[in-house]
Design a binder for this molecule. Structure first.
Ligand code: ARG
Length: 577
């Protein structure tokens, strides 16, 4: 049960009965300190001001209309007008018993939605770099979170696979007599791409040929389309290895690149002209948007077709939004892209809405991403100033994890070392990213992310193995039901039970706002409270059968919750470390 949600409903009703306007929504939040109750109501004072009555009077009225019989053992009024809710331990015990045996801890969504997640989206003929890290990792965590809740999730890898540069690349490979594309490899392809660009800028005849190939490609010529297809294939085969290595759920079938929308662009431009939304301006086709104005208040134009006939990134995103509505009947589309592309997206969506391509009911959200910075506070680069390739970053993470493991376990077998280093090293990079608020920039810090202390992957992975070890020591099979009465007799057990029950509200918050750092903070808190519990309660030595049963149930639920939580983040776990 989502306790927070449940209490919001209960208090909202009571507050309306006490005079709050209809549809009033109470502000209930979990409290940080147990002396202030388990949950708190914080909006009595503000509401009392609006209703022009004494806050404590209003609080009393609210309590009169509130029925939390058997749910809360008391609700306290604290001057000048706070309400502290102390949940009943028997009720908590019953909730624990319920979620312990329910499938997926009893969490489901009442109204499953169709949600498209646009993420990762690298560009063809270039290796993925550190700039794609956040979109890939955070996007995938949200995919997993929404799927856990039972939504119909469509992964859309909007790769940059279309544009004039493909003509240039094909012309250059021809010039260099390279016919066996498959032997090139992505690293070389990127180098060739750079050389091709130079040839294009300096050699008029070459540039003409390249443009000619673009025309062939765009008109659907079989031969050129097939060459282009091979370039995409080289890129995405390489990227798929990275996805698999990073435990990212993207598959080749999730690729929906820019080329998918190309055939729609011509019609969209003429349709926008017909609807008088687009006009010719200096040879280009432009849409002027009321809500996008420059400093002097004039409407700024968004170009959707250049004077040479070429379409733009924005034109593609207009078509893409239309397609996602028509093809998937999506309720929600979330884009995980860096903050600098916000204006671009807002313009594309405004045009799509004005043209009636998407209904008002379709929620389009740009979940902005901050940047990854180096220790100098500038965009994270190599020592020589180049962008850092994702594959190099992962290699370094695994190397560092290997050293770390060898320090602790010098006699570990090669096979175990290798697989553990992948899990710890890559987990560390992912978790470091996920645990930061996604909109802020953060500094990439190897030492911190690989530390076994603090809100890090190694700490969480280790905490999980410690919980599992209790089962081994007590010779209990965690897959078998633990029978017996649950009675929460001490404060720390109650505290742990409440945190365990908060998993549901936590995962819903992550899903609503696309903020996985909330899950990281929750799991970290859970692990910390669990270790306090473990120190206080002698689980294995406990003679009282009732107590022992309760403790073991809490241990089992902690293990399950940590596992589910880390799974939604895409962080792998091991049984022993
Ligand atoms: N390929 C783009 C880039 O690397 C990101 C695409 C994001 N998705 C979108 N629908 N525009 O910057």
């Amino acid at each position: 049960m989502n306790i927070q949600h449940f209490l919001v409903q209960k208090f909202s009703q009571a507050m309306v009965a006490a005079g709050a306007p209809e549809n009033y929504k109470a502000q209930v939040r979990s409290s940080d300190k147990s002396q202030f109750g388990d949950y708190q109501v914080n909006d009595i004072i503000a509401l009392a001001k609006n209703l022009n009555i004494e806050p404590t009077k209003l609080a009393e009225q609210v309590l009169k209309h509130l029925n939390l019989h058997n749910i809360a053992k008391k609700v306290e009024i604290i001057s000048p007008g706070f309400l502290n809710i102390f949940l009943d331990s028997q009720w908590l015990a019953a909730q624990i018993d319920h979620i312990l045996v329910a499938e997926k801890l009893g969490i489901t969504t009442m109204q499953p939605k169709t949600i498209v997640i646009d993420y990762s989206s690298p560009n063809v003929a270039k290796e993925m770099h550190v700039g794609h890290l956040r979109s890939t990792i955070i996007g995938d965590a949200i995919v997993r979170t929404l799927e856990f809740l039972g939504h119909n999730v469509i992964r859309a890898n909007h790769i940059g696979d279309w544009g004039t540069h493909f003509g240039m690349l094909i012309a250059f490979l021809e010039k260099k007599n390279i016919t066996n594309y498959q032997a090139i490899g992505l690293t070389n392809l990127e180098i060739l791409y750079r050389e091709a660009k130079q040839a294009y800028d300096n050699d008029v005849e070459f540039a003409q040929r390249a443009r000619n190939y673009v025309v062939q490609l765009q008109s659907g010529d079989k031969y050129y389309r097939q060459l282009w297809g091979q370039l995409v294939h080289i890129t995405m085969t390489q990227n798929q290895l990275l996805y698999d290595r990073m435990n990212v759920t993207l598959q080749p079938t999730d690729v929906m690149g820019e080329s998918l929308y190309h055939h729609m662009l011509k019609n969209i431009v003429s349709d926008l002209q017909q609807k008088n939304l687009a006009v010719s301006s200096q040879g280009a086709i432009v849409v002027f948007l009321d809500e996008h104005r420059n400093k002097s208040g004039e409407r700024t134009g968004v170009i959707i077709q250049k004077n040479d006939g070429g379409y733009l990134y924005t034109t593609t995103d207009i078509a893409c939004a239309k397609y996602r509505h028509e093809t998937f009947q999506a309720d929600r589309v979330i884009y995980y892209i860096d903050s600098r592309q916000n204006k671009h997206l807002q313009q594309a969506w405004a045009i799509a809405r004005q043209a009636g391509y998407i209904p008002d009911s379709l929620q389009l959200e740009h979940h902005m991403l901050g940047m990854v910075l180096g220790k100098d506070g500038k965009p994270f680069k190599t020592r020589t100033g180049d962008t850092i390739k994702l594959s190099d970053l992962l290699d370094e993470a695994v190397n560092r994890a290997t050293q770390l493991i060898l320090e602790k376990k010098p006699h570990i077998s090669q096979g175990e070392l290798h697989s553990l280093a992948e899990i710890i090293g890559i987990g560390a990079v992912k978790y470091a990213d996920l645990s930061k608020h996604r909109t802020t920039d953060y500094i990439f810090d190897w030492d911190h992310m690989l530390s076994f202390k603090g809100n890090t992957a190694p700490y969480m992975q280790y905490a999980y193995t410690r919980v599992l070890s209790i089962f081994r020591k007590s010779r209990i099979n965690p897959n078998e039901e633990i029978v017996g009465t649950t009675s929460l007799v001490n404060n720390i057990s109650i505290q742990l039970a409440i945190i365990l029950l908060r998993f549901e509200e936590t995962i819903n918050k992550v899903a609503d706002d696309g903020l996985p750092h909330i899950m990281c903070a929750y799991l970290y808190n859970l692990a910390s409270v669990f270790s306090q519990f473990y120190e206080t309660c002698p689980i294995l030595e406990e003679k009282n059968q009732n107590k022992k049963t309760t403790y073991l149930k809490l241990v089992l639920l902690t293990a399950k919750t940590l596992k589910y939580g880390l799974d939604t983040l895409g962080i792998k776990t091991v049984e022993r470390m």
